[in-house]
Design a protein around this ligand. Sequence first.
Ligand SMILES: Nc1ncnc2c1ncn2[C@@H]1O[C@H](COP(=O)(O)OP(=O)(O)O)[C@@H](O)[C@H]1O
Ligand SMILES: [Mg+2]
Length: 269
Amino acid sequence: MVNQSEVAHSVDPSESLLKVEDLSLSFGGVKAVSEVSFEVMPGSLNGLIGPNGAGKTSLFNCITGFYSPTGGRVLFRGKNITRRRPHYIAQLGLRRTFQNLRLFPGLSVIENVLVGAHNRADANILRVLLPSRKRRESESELVREAYKWLEFVGIEKYDSSSARDLPYGIQKRLEIARALIANPTLLLLDEPAAGLNTFERKELLDLIRQVNGLGVAVLMIEHDMDLVMALSEQVVVLDYGRKIAAGSPEHVQNDPNVIRAYLGGSDDE
Ligand SMILES: Nc1ncnc2c1ncn2[C@@H]1O[C@H](COP(=O)(O)OP(=O)(O)O)[C@@H](O)[C@H]1O
Ligand SMILES: [Mg+2]
């Protein structure tokens, strides 16, 4: 069993977990992200939506250190993490999944989860400090933990399969298990429901609720509006790199700017 305190370690519930301030990113002349600001509270469920090319993945890449923003700041648990390296940010407890999955296809499922523990602070330290017997014990403890997360996402029967042989929906769950073994306080999901059938989407919704039940805050990019609206307390909407709306699902669904962005019209109404 996984308990809440293992995951949501020492987060002040009244202060924002993630603060994005005036974040911008340009590619040559293209402003992929333009002065975007929003906050994510500890333990909350949040959606990030917007038409294709709106800058959602670019924003994730800036938050998680994969891209270097051209302006603005990112604070995580009060710490300025702007332009820090991805592994450093991951170690602080901010983990993500990728729109195009990034598993190690030649490794087994359990090995892929263990890779997720690699940049956990304690895993690194133990490897250096402990004598070999203790080290082996701590590594087998890590293996047990990896199995626990496989069970949590419901794919333990695939433990020794190669990641490349897995059905797509199972690969997506594996990515989530790999993120969870690092004990994140914030999980960023980039289009978790894409490519899943109706049944798998329903299961994913349950899984995200379960993850959130551990105290993990979630920010998800998702095109499945039913899923986003059912799950999110806050929805942030991007269009052409700009934040055009933010608030409760009801609020953003009724926002004229959001309706216009999704209908594809601009000034010709
Ligand atoms: N690595 C990159 N190099 C150049 N342009 C990019 C790159 N990544 C994204 N873009 C551009 O930035 C804009 C936003 O893309 P993206 O963040 O992928 O949008 P979304 O995830 O909302 O579909 C698009 O115009 C896209 O072409
Ligand atoms: Mg994207």
